[in-house]
Design a protein around this ligand. Structure first.
Ligand code: SF4
Ligand code: SF4
Length: 89
């Protein structure tokens, strides 16, 4: 799956011109890839002068949910530690 590193995109639009699927649009001067249209041809990767279009492994819904649950547990643990520390002060 290809994504744009939005923090580094300069909004030049060269990737849009290179895409045969019309899968890329500029939103607030930043490129966004429509994953449903993208056919992984990677032309945009070669067209981007900033090198900010990168490939990432797709994450399944199950993996995403497991990560969110893990993070939630850590946040709750941190909050309870902070509360315990506050009680001591
Ligand atoms: S990989 Fe190809 S189809 Fe997908 S966004 Fe880039 S240029 Fe378009
Ligand atoms: S070519 Fe690169 S820098 Fe230019 S709009 Fe596309 S992603 Fe952004």
């Amino acid at each position: 799956m290809l994504i744009v590193r939005r923090d580094l995109c300069r909004g030049c639009g060269l990737c849009i011109e290179s895409c045969p699927q019309q899968a890329i649009t500029l939103i607030s001067n930043t490129a966004h890839i429509n994953q449903e249209r993208c056919n992984q041809c990677r032309r945009c990767v070669e067209a981007c002068p900033q090198g900010v279009i990168i490939e990432v492994a797709p994450v399944s819904k199950h993996e995403l949910q497991a990560n969110v649950t893990g993070l939630k547990d850590k946040v709750e643990d941190l909050i309870s530690k902070i509360e315990r520390l506050r009680e001591k002060v």
